[in-house]
Design a protein around this ligand. Structure first.
Ligand SMILES: Cc1cc2nc3c(=O)[nH]c(=O)nc-3n(C[C@H](O)[C@H](O)[C@H](O)COP(=O)(O)OP(=O)(O)OC[C@H]3O[C@@H](n4cnc5c(N)ncnc54)[C@H](O)[C@@H]3O)c2cc1C
Length: 408
């Protein structure tokens, strides 16, 4: 029985696995015997983009609910090594190693936060990179609410003012409210570049400034972090900020396993894939390897490549799933083309910012953009949870959604 192994059950991996099952079903009896096996270190699908939110209760969905109805197997294990020449991967569960062979591999191990070797950072900081990390921050904030008032208790320092850092900082007033950290609070966003939000373009940046000002989020621009300890954070300017809560949001990189493979990589270390999501370069060795999501890079026309975002990860996953089965059974592959790009940035109780295009034209702001953001985070990117095979297959169709609707 041929086996397809999908590594990772995030936005790309989940849809690659369901998309593969869908295509096998479509081909009919000769393909139905294919085994599709998903390996992820967690037994759930994390709606990772929600990890900064006040309420995490819907941010992790058991894989059993999503994969069992479509006959996809899954194991919770750490992927340790990939051997494309031998067509096998090494995985570990509770320290026990196992080698899994495959006929086709889909690499969807995503990305991870960059954690530089700053003194005290690992021991004294939080992040929202994974569901577990988000829950840890949540529990910490809840515990803060029960402690004696102090400046350090009432101060949150968010490091890195990329999209995630801005969303974490903007959501923090609501999170502190919920945790019962009342009175005078300080939320400080630290970034080596100025001004905060410049990545959102000349039109979007002032919107972010206005929102952060109204939320009382302070900025420290043009500085780096020298050290973190249990009492606070020291910046390269020499400033020491007493705090019990440092949230590290600076930098993302593809899964380190991408770097262990030969083949073509982009400047971020992502595996370059062709229009069918096949890993490019050294075709003889990697012919059986597909990749999608944050670990992969696909050129869109000549000027732009996919960015690490669920907007690209989900369709890349659906096409990788379709194509890996089509490839295995000698059917034509489907090329992926995505002709739009938008960004919808959450700005907490102020609202949100919706920009369109690579030049980030502002489409909507404030409450109108927030409706779009909530629709994306709570509906659009969710897999059907009905447990219905037909619903899951319908959602895994290899197609590209149109951009999210705007509100007026
Ligand atoms: C707080 C936050 C907010 C974000 N907001 C947005 C947003 O608004 N819009 C947007 O488009 N994008 C956003 N992103 C980015 C988005 O979440 C990613 O682009 C998306 O998750 C990529 O999907 P993926 O499937 O490639 O990777 P992931 O979703 O990261 O999935 C990878 C999977 O692989 C598993 N895995 C990794 N390594 C191993 C291993 N060695 N062994 C076993 N399992 C492993 C992980 O457990 C995970 O389930 C945000 C990210 C964060 C953290």
């Amino acid at each position: 029985m041929p086996r397809i192994v999908v590594l990772g059950a995030g936005f790309a991996g989940l849809w690659a696995a369901i998309g593969a099952a869908r295509k096998a079903d479509e081909i009919g009896p000769r393909a139905r015997e294919v085994e599709i096996l998903v390996v992820d270190r967690n037994p759930y699908h994390n709606i990772r983009v929600r990890n900064y939110e006040v309420d995490l209760s819907e941010a992790a969905i058991p894989l059993t609910r999503l994969l069992d109805p479509v006959g996809v197997k899954h194991i919770a294990a750490e992927v340790e090594a990939i051997d494309p020449a031998g067509q096998q991967v090494v995985v570990a569960t509770d320290g026990r190693r196992e080698t899994l062979s495959y006929d086709r591999l889909v690499l969807t191990l995503g990305s991870e936060l960059v954690r530089p070797a700053i003194s005290g950072l690992a021991a004294h900081s939080f992040d929202v990179d994974t569901y577990q990390a988000a829950v840890k921050l949540d529990e910490h904030l809840a515990a803060l609410g029960k402690r004696e008032p102090s400046d350090a208790r009432a101060t949150v320092v968010v490091v890195g003012a990329g999209f995630t850092g801005i969303e974490v900082a903007a959501e923090m007033p609501a999170r502190l409210d919920r945790a019962g950290v009342a009175g005078k609070r300080r939320i400080i966003l630290v970034d080596p570049h100025a001004p905060i939000g410049s990545a959102m373009g000349a039109h979007g940046q002032p919107v972010i400034s206005e929102a952060l000002l109204s939320l009382d989020v302070e900025a420290r621009c043009g500085v780096k972090v020298n050290a973190v300890d249990g009492s606070g954070i020291t910046l390269s300017s020499g400033e020491f900020i007493p705090t019990e809560t440092v949230v590290w949001c600076a930098g993302m990189r593809p899964s380190p396993l991408a770097g262990t493979l030969s083949g073509e990589h982009d400047g971020h270390g992502r595996l370059v894939v062709d229009e069918f999501m096949r890993a490019k370069g050294l075709a003889n060795v990697l012919a059986n390897v597909f990749a999608a999501g944050d670990i992969a890079c696909r050129m869109l026309g000549h000027a732009h490549a996919t960015v690490m975002s669920c907007q690209f990860a989900r369709p890349m996953g659906r096409y990788a799933g379709y194509n890996v089965v089509a490839d295995l059974f000698g059917e034509p592959l489907l090329p992926l083309d995505i002709d739009w790009y938008v960004t919808v940035l959450d700005l907490g109780s102020w609202g949100a910012l919706y920009t369109e295009g690579w030049d980030r034209k502002v489409r909507t702001t404030g409450a109108a953009a927030k409706v779009t953001k909530q629709t994306i985070n709570r509906e659009r990117i969710y897999p059907p949870r009905s447990g219905s095979r037909a619903d899951l297959f319908a959602a895994a169709e290899p197609s590209v959604q149109r951009p999210p609707k705007t509100q007026t």
